[in-house]
Write a protein that binds this ligand. Structure first.
Ligand code: HEM
Length: 490
């Protein structure tokens, strides 16, 4: 009897697994590696950012641009095909994020990146206009002054065999997003506000750890993880920082209205926070989730974009020279880089688009189907996770022949118009695309202009970035380049 009970208990998970696979039977038309009972394809996918990056590329190669894997109780379909992406991204129905985004909720709660349904729709309508042209034009002051500090810091690296530029760019991006989103100068490049800076870095790092762990991803088990105490402490620091900033800013705003103080009428730079405070519909907590979302979504992504742009320019000296020639022709020696300069540097724009294609800062995004769906003739059961594999489509030979070649001419207008509209999607596309896309383009263009005007950058012999993906694309052995001051390079 005892033996029968033990056998029944042991076999239950296998029955469950069998019925779980049955649920996704209609996806048998989509190829993928054979899953093992219970753990599925966990070994095929890997448990580190670099393994995930390499394994996804291998699976894409082996099974084509739509393939599926099973991980635990999740069926994930990876999609690097522009026809499928068009149907999914352009839809107003397939907009719910996957369960993986829940790991961000302790920090972002239901901000724009993580929310769904009517809440997301309402907020998106409110937030999109805050990033209009006039506001972005004001942000150029922040981009310019923060870049000047970065250049001063990088100057001390000139002439060294190599410099890991990642930490420099990371602090720069943090300064920029803090000042534009919250209106607060945190001066992290100058070593200030280190408690907040460390808390943010630690929170992001631990969240990546949780994504790859079989057990730390569950809130009730994470409490037993060694990272938990510091993770919680970081969260308290992050939440307190934004709460304080919002409260102070709201108070100041009220005082300004009541007292009509002397600074009314004076030119004061507006932050995204000020625009959100204008809305009668938003409480301080609502605003906090959106400000934290901007901090999160606009920081690591921008760092990734800029660091890979520097790598690509170092690896392609002729392209670097062409960009430099354009900068001299358009911007010359002017210290303030203006909106007009950014609009007129057309070749640089093509180069940055090619950087975003070759090194997509966000390698994939995920949606969860809340109902059965027919997409490009395939029946997807409710509960399927759609992994929109942006890095995969941006490296798909169908749309980008010879994808490992760095070739900005892919973005000549006649070549762009010949391509599928959903092949170049580093910022996603459709209703859930990146709300900070224009901000990010201006930011990266400006920093490249200022860096290249000051320095010539070189590849480091024998250095090869070790790419990995955990939310954003990152090189896990730093981002090494060699810097020489212009005019003195050998
Ligand atoms: C190179 C830089 C950037 C890249 C490649 C990028 C890419 C993306 C992508 C692919 C998404 C879709 C995410 C998803 O569906 O899960 C997204 C969403 C978002 N991004 Fe960006 N982003 C960048 C910079 C920024 C910046 C600077 C900001 C803020 C100023 C920002 C704010 C957001 C927000 C709030 C969302 C959520 C939009 C929504 O769901 O309605 N991003 N971004």
């Amino acid at each position: 009897m005892f033996f029968v009970v033990v056998l029944t208990v042991l076999s239950l998970p296998f029955f469950w697994w069998y019925f779980f696979l049955q649920k996704f039977k209609s996806l048998s038309v989509i190829p993928g590696p054979r899953p093992l009972p219970l753990i599925g394809n966990a070994f095929d996918i890997g448990d580190t950012p670099t393994a995930l990056f390499n394994n996804c590329a291998k699976l894409l190669n082996q099974y084509g641009d739509v393939f599926k894997v099973f991980i635990g109780n999740e069926c994930k379909v990876f999609i690097a095909n522009a026809d499928f992406l068009e149907e999914i991204m352009s839809s107003n129905v397939y907009i719910t994020k996957s369960n993986a985004y829940n790991l961000l909720k302790p920090f972002l709660n239901d901000g724009l990146l993580t929310s769904g349904g009517s809440k997301w729709k309402k907020r998106r309508k409110l937030i999109t206009p805050t990033l209009h042209f006039k506001i972005l034009d004001q942000f150029l002051e922040v981009f310019n002054s923060s870049t000047d500090i970065l250049i001063a810091k990088l100057s001390s690296e000139v002439g060294k065999d190599w410099t890991d530029v990642y930490p420099y760019i990371n602090l720069f991006s943090l300064d920029v997003i803090c000042e534009t989103a919250m209106g607060v100068k945190i001066s992290s490049q100058e070593g200030k506000n280190s408690e907040y800076v460390q808390a943010l870095f630690r929170y992001i790092e631990n969240t990546a750890v949780r994504v790859f762990s079989a057990w730390k991803r569950f809130d009730f088990l994470f409490k037993f993880a060694p990272e938990y105490p510091l993770h919680e402490k970081s969260l308290v620091i992050l939440q307190k920082f934004s709460t304080d900033v919002i409260e102070k800013r709201r108070l100041k705003k009220c005082q300004e209205v009541v007292e009509k103080t002397s600074d009314v009428g004076m030119k004061r730079r507006v932050a995204l926070l000020d625009l959100l405070l204008e809305s009668d519909d938003l409480t301080n907590d609502d605003i906090k989730e959106e400000i934290n979302t901007f901090m999160f979504a606009g920081h690591d992504t921008a760092t990734s974009g800029v660091t890979f742009a520097l790598l690509a320019l170092a690896e392609n000296p002729e392209i670097q020279q062409k960009v430099h020639d354009e900068i001299l022709a358009v911007v010359g020696e002017e210290t303030y880089v203006s909106m007009q300069h950014l609009q007129d540097t057309k070749y640089l724009e093509m180069v940055i688009k090619e950087v975003q294609r070759k090194y997509s800062p966000v390698p994939f995004v995920e949606r969860r189907l809340e109902m059965d769906a027919s997409i490009c003739g395939v029946h997807f059961p409710r509960g399927t996770t759609l992994s929109l594999y942006l890095y995969g489509v941006l490296h798909n030979e169908k749309y980008f022949p010879d994808p490992e070649k760095f070739d900005p001419d892919r973005f000549l207008s006649h070549r762009q118009s010949e391509r599928h509209n959903y092949a170049f999607v580093p910022f996603s596309a459709g209703p859930r695309n990146c709300v900070g896309q224009k901000f990010a383009m201006l930011d990266v263009k400006l920093i490249i202009i200022k860096i290249l005007r000051k320095f010539k950058i070189f590849q480091v012999p024998d250095y090869k970035p070790q790419l990995g993906m955990a939310g954003v694309l990152k090189s896990y052995n730093g981002m090494r380049i060699r810097l020489m001051r212009r005019g003195t390079e050998k």
